[in-house]
Design a protein around this ligand. Structure first.
Ligand code: HAM
Length: 423
């Protein structure tokens, strides 16, 4: 036998048994976003490499070591590691934001060359939202409220909690950075080589270190919130007041800085303890400088993205009553001269009249016994049977595969009404 070829590590197939749950989760996401009046956009999966380097930041983990980059003749291209950069690029390119507000969402695969583990993959899927042109904290609050509504719909609201912080203006952050570096320099003995490098390149990322000794020391480190500029402080206070007013609980986490460089003011993450190490199901924040930084007319921006693999895992873990529908509701079996034609006609009639049901035609021959085995395996509720005598009498036998009801013979024109009464 020829040697088989396997999927790339960290890039997963979605099997026929998993896809109904994925579709259900995606439908909940779409319904919530539509109910807030947001519009879908679709961007390419590949963008030019400098877009990500400029938007996300050269010294971030994503850009410095996780991107899938390749040359296409003399142009360097990258598989998108996230959606914000491409969305901002598209918004500038098509004039979506010039003198205009936009509330947009997207869904699709992203690529990061990380070490795969539960909840962390090299190809993963995000649903993301980006809002352009609104500077005030009401929109930050709306995004958080919207996600909270989604968690309820997914049945995971008791298992996620909100972490919130403000990282202020660029200038405030620069002041804070100096204070933090001065503090951390006294504790270099506790640092790994990687952390020492971070101290020079991206010291704020040391705040979310996993190094426990350093974590303890960090409790006494200067706090970013104490360095905020007045405008950011006011913005954050208003956001907190809005969340309080609608009863959304949050924890202010002064160590939350996020791993991408474009943020200012609000940053937030929804986290769970039910998934092990990869517990962040959604992260986002404000990025008021990014549109201008990428060559557009200055416009504020704010958004978030959630990891669909993590949401699906969490739903599986904690929501025991997912209304996932079986793909097949009705299975048509037939045997005998000319019965295929009747079965095809009936199947098409059912699909026209009842398109919400899954109607499957057997197609692969064999005796009734074999066909019923397939029908049972499909998980269908009803089997419709056409043999030669049924065909000649314009009738169909209806059999309830899940038991409980006697099988019966119906005139073919009554079948649609009967099926309808059963679902
Ligand atoms: P991020 O925090 O890098 O932010 O990713 C958002 C979410 O994507 C994470 O919270 C996580 O659920 C999921 N995720 C990230 N990496 C992986 C991975 N390797 N495997 C599985 N899931 C993963 C962003 O991407 C920003 N663009 C969010 C944003 C939009 N900020 C403003 N607008």
């Amino acid at each position: 036998m020829a040697k088989t070829i396997q999927a790339i590590r960290g890039m997963n197939d979605c099997s026929p048994t998993e896809s109904p749950l994925w579709q259900w989760v995606e439908t909940q996401v779409r319904e919530v976003l539509n109910s807030y009046g947001y519009s879908e956009v679709r961007m390419p999966i590949v963008e030019s490499t400098p877009l990500f380097a400029r938007a996300i930041g050269e010294v971030t983990d994503v850009v410095s070591k996780e991107m899938y980059t390749f040359w296409d003749n003399d142009e360097q291209l990258t598989l998108r590691p996230e959606g914000t950069a491409g969305c901002v690029r598209a918004a500038i390119e098509h004039g979506w934001i010039y003198n205009n507000e936009q509330r947009l969402w997207y869904m699709g695969p992203m690529f990061r060359h990380e070490r795969p583990q539960k909840g962390r993959y090299r190809q993963f899927h995000q649903a993301g939202v980006e809002v352009f042109g609104i500077a005030n904290p009401e929109i930050d609050a709306e995004l958080i409220i919207l996600t909270a509504r989604l968690w309820k719909k997914l049945g995971i609201d008791q298992h996620v909690s909100l972490q919130l912080n403000s990282i202020g203006s660029l200038e405030a952050r620069a002041n804070y950075r100096s204070a933090l570096v001065a503090f951390l320099e006294q504790h270099q003995a506790l640092m790994s080589e990687e952390e020492k490098e971070r101290l020079i390149k991206n010291p704020l990322r040391i705040l979310d270190t996993k190094n426990q000794a350093l974590q303890q020391v960090l409790d006494d480190a200067p706090k970013l919130l104490d360095y905020l500029d007045d405008e950011s402080r006011e913005h954050f206070a208003q956001l907190c007041a809005l969340l309080d007013s609608v009863g959304i609980a949050y924890e202010i986490n002064p160590k939350l800085v996020r791993g991408l460089d474009y943020y200012n003011k609000t940053v937030f993450e929804w986290v769970t303890s039910a998934l092990g190490a990869q517990g962040t199901v959604c992260g986002g924040g404000r990025y008021d400088g990014l549109v201008e930084q990428l060559g557009g007319h200055a416009a504020p921006g704010v958004g978030f993205a959630m990891g669909l693999e993590r949401l699906v895992l969490l739903v599986q873990e904690v929501n025991a009553s997912i209304p996932v529908k079986n793909a097949v509701d009705i299975y048509l079996v037939y045997q005998g001269e000319g019965t295929a034609l009747s079965a095809f006609q009936l199947a098409e009639k059912i699909r026209s009249a009842l398109p919400q049901l899954g109607t499957m035609l057997h197609c692969s021959g064999g005796n009734f016994k074999k066909q019923f085995r397939r029908a049972d395996k499909s998980g269908a509720t009803l089997a419709l049977v056409i043999g030669e005598s049924e065909m000649l009498n314009n009738q169909v036998v209806v059999k309830h595969l899940q038991g409980g009801v006697e099988q019966q013979t119906l005139d073919i024109e009554k079948v649609i009404d009967y099926i309808q009464s059963q679902f």
